[in-house]
Write a protein that binds this ligand. Sequence first.
Ligand SMILES: [Cu+2]
Length: 474
Amino acid sequence: MKDIFTQSWRVLLAFSLTILMLAATGCKNETLQGEENAVLTHAPAVPAAITRNYPTKVIVELETTEVIRRLADGVAYTFWTFGGEVPGKFIRVRQGDQVEFHLNNHPDSKMPHNIDLHAVTGPGGGAASSFTAPGKGTVFSFEALNPGLFVYHCATAPVGMHIANGMYGLILVEPKEGLPPVDKEFYVMQSEFYTQGAYGEAGLQPFDMSKALLETPDYVVFNGSVGSTTGDKALTANVGDRIRLFVGNGGPNLVSSFHVIGEIFDLVHTEGGGVANTNVQTTLVPAGGSAMVEFTVDVPGTFIIVDHSIFRAFNKGALAMLTVTGDENAQIYSGLKEEHVYLPEGGGIQEIDVTSANVPPAQNMAERIEAGSRIFAANCAACHQPSGQGIAGVFPPLAGSDFLMADAARAIGVVVNGLSEEIEVNGVKYNGVMPGVRLSDEDVANVLTFVRNSWGNEGGETVPADVAKVKSSH
Ligand SMILES: [Cu+2]
């Protein structure tokens, strides 16, 4: 008797479990409703979050083009693109969506292209069905089975070259329940460029296959160029905002040690997947991989986004900026409380050694100013700031500086020999240490001519002979 009771309880339990499981899998088999055209965006913008709670047919139109664009100041490159810019346009769909993908190759292209989306389950991630000659279009469709942040890229032979030239982007497949709302979302994608000239060498730079094979890029950048996301193109947010960065790495070779200076990621969806790690300083983003990072900005300031393989950041371009405005919070961050000179015995002026940019001598003042602006950006802006405004109490301004303009030879001496004595600039006293900057006579002449003709300074030319004179008298 007792046995029969136990038995029927078991049956009942099994039955209700089956019902529960059926209910759970029921939402897996959502039916497609309607269709829509995907809205795609250029970095750093991200398409709006998906509000649908059902899957639909999404039509994606993407065009491949080959275009000459700026890689760095004075440096151009022939980029191969998905959508006209590097990285390619951001695509946002929902798990379960049926994506009808239209790849069109512009008639002016020289190369055929295709697309491998890591969000696709199928041969080549779509590449097998999307080989598209110039002036042609192809169509294939796929179901977005897995949620996550996925890289897409061209996979036409030679694959490495198509990727190295800029053919990658991100596709986000939102989970059915959507992503938690945040205040700001941005698209940031790292990649590297291999050019025949060294970093900063002016002109249209062709792709260098041997450097690509050795994995020694001249440029490592965010969003396709040096300075794409700095200064007035920085990402912006307000104190208190919750930020989500969709981070991708197009490679083709390097992995990124992705880091935001002065922030801790509250949440990282490592490798763009479902599991979230918390309280992360630096997250590794593989070539052909991604990460979704979230953090709240608590204090104002400029937060520098870098690949923490740090020479890439400060010497190859892997540096972007997030500018946060709003009220200070002295408890979270006090700012500088005091500053004093600390010069132990034996301490003295040091020298920064820089190799001069390998450019032909300037023929006139305009060329001098042009070349000088690059020397300034590379050697002076870190301290004196990009617009020469300096930092109050620490680095004197070069913009509108009476000290600079009063004595041209003395200014040469400052750059060549450094300076560590009390000086007065526009009525304000400074007593810091400027290291001597080891530059060629040409470079010193160029940078000072640039500075003397910028930001309200009244002009004048410094020529290499002036620099030689100061150097020999030292
Ligand atoms: Cu291609």
